[in-house]
Design a protein around this ligand. Structure first.
Ligand code: URP
Ligand code: ZN
Ligand code: ZN
Length: 489
């Protein structure tokens, strides 16, 4: 199958020019002006943007959590992602405490293999990592799982203590892999939850009132400090607020290899959503919670100045009808998470580029190139270049849609609400190619479950290899601080 995309405006993180793209199989073969080549399929992209397929490095499909399982399967979630212009996801496999992470990886391969519409990778959620298990981390990276997530929240379920975090970070630093951190002080949060419930506060808004920004900032500070002492990179997931951003900036200024993502929910939605009538605030019970609106301008600022590297979704869908309802009488029993994998590209294009918050190149960088680089997918994914996978989106910058559960163009996710209901966007995915195959054509899905393949990811790519090697040795020092005299040889 050969494809020729004609007359498009090709936009990558670095470039912006008009040219044609010829795809001779799964990868881009040729880019040039006025290409006269016969192809099985010709796409006229006149007036359209031609951008690399989105890379969403934070999704939870078919994930057991909060007494239930996320409502999108690998089939439905990846198909919805494709409709929205995302062509690669990195989802989370979860280690069961006391068992091997490699068993968890097998189990997640079993869920996804043969079912996805787009390519996918896995991070490994580590729930315990005693010394004797550490070699597993190297084996995971040999299997193409080159990042891990650890939690400072959810005591008794997912929380790792600081010793485990340090061990995992140190090993990741040695192996050239990356620890992602859920940075919230879950132990203090649990105390606040007990107090709220004992005072009879059961409504969804108490989810936000028991998870203050200071406790996210404390987690961020701790994660960054431990990474600094471990001489390892760290990636803060779902950073939601100014207080945590401030910690990130300070660490970056000290030279810590610190990355972070934020998500559309923190850029577009705010704490007032919890005041929706009845139990509707439960739609927004996700973690960290939605914040006061003024944080949004700070987050856009962080994205512009590159303190923040990535916009992922943390797509973690639970239906209102029978899943969020588990917490009708107790907000702490509402499964934490919300949807978004399908709507990210349009939401961020509209609120980012159209509203003047970020440039067009930065939009591509934040939604595709930068996650591909950090998570070892680049240049296979995350750009349009000769030899890269032909994961390409033809994006109509003028098409207007109103995002809604009831709009057949904007909602294919398997969930009974849309967190962005009624949001108007200008800029919409029209055609999607995944490794050279047209899987979305003018709103029609042409693919099949199993088109997508597991991608073995390479090492952490946030640094050049030479600096990564320099980052691996730990020297004992009084401050532990990077750059302190005698601290780093
Ligand atoms: O509310 C969320 N984010 N649920 C998913 C688990 C996590 O912490 O990412
Ligand atoms: Zn998390
Ligand atoms: Zn998550």
């Amino acid at each position: 199958m050969t494809v020729l995309i004609k007359n498009g405006r090709i936009v990558t993180a670095a470039d912006d020019y008009n040219a044609d793209i010829f795809i001779g199989g799964e990868t881009v073969s040729l880019i040039g002006r006025n290409l006269e080549i016969d192809a099985d399929h010709v796409i006229d992209a006149t007036g359209k943007l031609v951008i690399p397929g989105g890379v969403d490095p934070h999704t939870h499909l078919e994930m057991p959590f909060g007494g239930t399982t996320t409502s999108d399967t690998f089939e439905t979630g990846t198909r919805a992602a494709a409709f929205g212009g995302t062509t690669t996801i990195v989802d989370f496999a979860i280690q069961t405490k006391g068992t091997s992470t490699l068993e968890a990886l097998d189990s997640w391969h079993g869920k996804a293999a043969g079912r996805t519409a787009i390519d996918y990778g896995f991070h490994m959620v580590i729930t315990d990592m005693p010394e004797e298990r550490l070699p597993e981390m190297r084996r995971l990276s040999d299997e193409g799982v080159t990042s891990y997530k650890l939690f400072m929240a959810y005591p008794g379920v997912l929380l790792s203590d600081d010793g485990t975090i340090f061990r995992a970070m140190r090993k990741a630093g040695e192996d050239g892999t990356l620890v992602c951190m859920h940075a919230e002080n879950g132990i203090v949060i649990d105390e606040l939850v007990k107090i709220a419930l004992s005072e009879g506060h059961i409504e969804p808004k108490y989810h936000a009132l028991t998870r203050p920004t200071r406790l996210e900032a404390e987690g961020a500070h701790r994660a960054l400090a431990i990474a600094e002492v471990a001489r390892a990179p760290v990636y803060l997931v779902h950073l939601s607020c100014f207080d945590a951003l401030e910690q990130l900036r300070m660490a970056q200024a000290r030279g810590v290899m610190a990355h972070a993502e934020t998500c559309p929910q923190y850029l577009l939605l705010d704490v007032d959503c919890y005041d929706e009538p009845g139990f509707d605030g439960a739609k927004y019970v996700l973690t960290p919670p939605l914040r006061e609106k003024w944080n949004q301008a700070e987050l856009w600022g962080g994205l512009r100045t590159s303190a923040l590297d990535v916009i992922s979704t943390d797509h973690c869908p639970f239906c209102m009808r029978d899943q969020k309802a588990l917490g009708r009488d107790d907000f702490s029993q509402i499964p934490n998470g919300g949807p978004g994998v399908e709507n990210r590209m349009s939401l961020i294009y509209h609120r980012g580029v159209n509203h003047g918050n970020i440039s067009l190149n930065r939009f591509v960088e934040l939604t595709s190139t930068s996650p591909a680089k950090i998570f070892g997918l680049f240049p296979k994914k995350g750009t349009i270049a000769v030899g890269s996978d032909a994961d390409i989106v033809v994006f109509d910058p003028d098409r207007e849609e109103t995002i809604s559960l009831h709009n057949p163009h904007t909602h294919h996710m398997n969930i009974d609400y849309n967190a962005y209901e009624g949001t108007k966007v200008r800029g919409f995915t029209e055609t999607v190619l995944s490794r050279g195959r047209v899987i979305i054509d003018k709103g029609n899905y042409l693919g099949r479950p199993g088109d997508g393949a597991f991608v073995k990811r390479g090492p952490y790519g946030g640094l050049h290899a030479s600096s990564r090697a320099a980052a691996t040795s730990i020297a004992l020092s009084t401050s532990g601080r990077l750059g302190a005299p005698g601290a780093h040889r």
